[in-house]
Design a protein around this ligand. Sequence first.
Ligand code: MNH
Length: 453
Amino acid sequence: MPHPAWRLPLIGDVLRLDPQRPVQREVQFVRELGDVLEISIIGRKVVVVGGGDAAAEVFDESRFAKAVVPPVSNLRELAGDGLFTAFNSEPAWAQAHNVLMPAFSQASMRSYHDAMVECVDQLCDYWTDRAERGTVDVSSDMNRLTLEVIGRTGFGHSFDSFASDRNPFVESMTRALSFVSQTANDLPVIREILGWKALRQNPKDIALMKRTVDDVITARRSGQSPRQDDLLQRMLENPDPDTGELLSDQSIRNQVLTFLIAGHETTAGLLSFALHYLSLNPDMIERARAEIDEVIGAEGAPVRFEQIAKLRYVRRIIDETLRLWPSGPAFFRKTREATTLAGYPIGKSETILVVLLALHRDPKLWGDNAEDFDPDRFLPAAVRARPAHAYKPFGVGARACIGRQFALHEAVLTLAQILTRFDIAPVPGYELSVAELLTVRPENLRLQIRPRP
Ligand code: MNH
């Protein structure tokens, strides 16, 4: 299998990796070496897949499955056997999956809608207050929004995200994710570069997050926070239909942490990138507004649940954003048995990294203009003309994203409200640079905003 040049004995390709932006470096490897390659990290081999037919192969659930390996497995210190980090074989996964699936049905989405609208209104009010300063910090404000949305709809908990500038939970979570992301390849050297400060801070951050979550659970159990039909209530009351058992306290805490992490960072990244591209494409803003006026009306009546699915163009903007910048830019698979991949023999339980960031820009699938932002790639006829494996922002198989509909509803709603209430424009000279924190997100993205009459 092709591999990066300058491979060294023992440490392999380590010096060629980029601990700050690992996935963006892997995209470069795919460009240099082709759809399938291999990297070697101190004796650990990872097959990297970044395009074409090889991707279709690894998505085949009969031969491949999700792998929980570093850096995802490093998250287990925080989220244990929660849905995202559970091993396929752990009973906690199937139990939690069974209990929580109904919480992501259409009917449940409908019940979250009003709280989502309130959160987006809070964001818009927050921006209105700051409009006279001219610019807003988009990535950080999208994080406030999405954390507030998952906190309130999932657990009836407000982080008061728009009330104060500092939020200890968010600060701890950001540091903890960055710690996991930087220890991705588990190199002893990296631990030393990170330094003792980070090593000492990490357990404190994890402890604070667990304490916060335990408080939320206790408040609900004791009736101190009102009962509501949400993720938490389901976990407290509904037994797994297969085993008849309720989730353990430990498992509930792991799930809440999982949802707070998985449910907010990704959608915040998506919204930030979408606003970045919109700010550069006023014609797309106009098309979106025309649709919003037609579906929702310009009169400021609160947007209704059913209207969101009718915002087809806004949805295409979201789809196209997730193509260029899938907020989970890569995920791991493994072989179930010894097999071949793109003709290369490959052993049992070998690790494969699917680099969506490369696949979603593969010119064989997306054409020579694959780097351009064009929502019309997601017109129904264009989607039908492409193979299904060309686009997998929410992963594949049994372990695909449970929050897909939730994220899409939230994202379409948020863009629609922002475009209704604000004119947005880029800060002159801003060049997109992308930070990685397991997820991808634009770095230092600010936008000029002006409330619309
Ligand atoms: Mn989400 C799994 C992407 C929003 C909760 N999510 C995944 C996977 C991808 C993914 C990719 C599969 C990872 C893997 O194979 O290792 N998720 C996204 C993206 C967005 C997103 C791009 C937003 C945009 N995710 C959300 C939201 C929630 C959520 C919102 C919760 C409300 N995601 C999850 C959970 C899993 C997951 C939980 C693990 C599911 C499982 O393994 O059973």
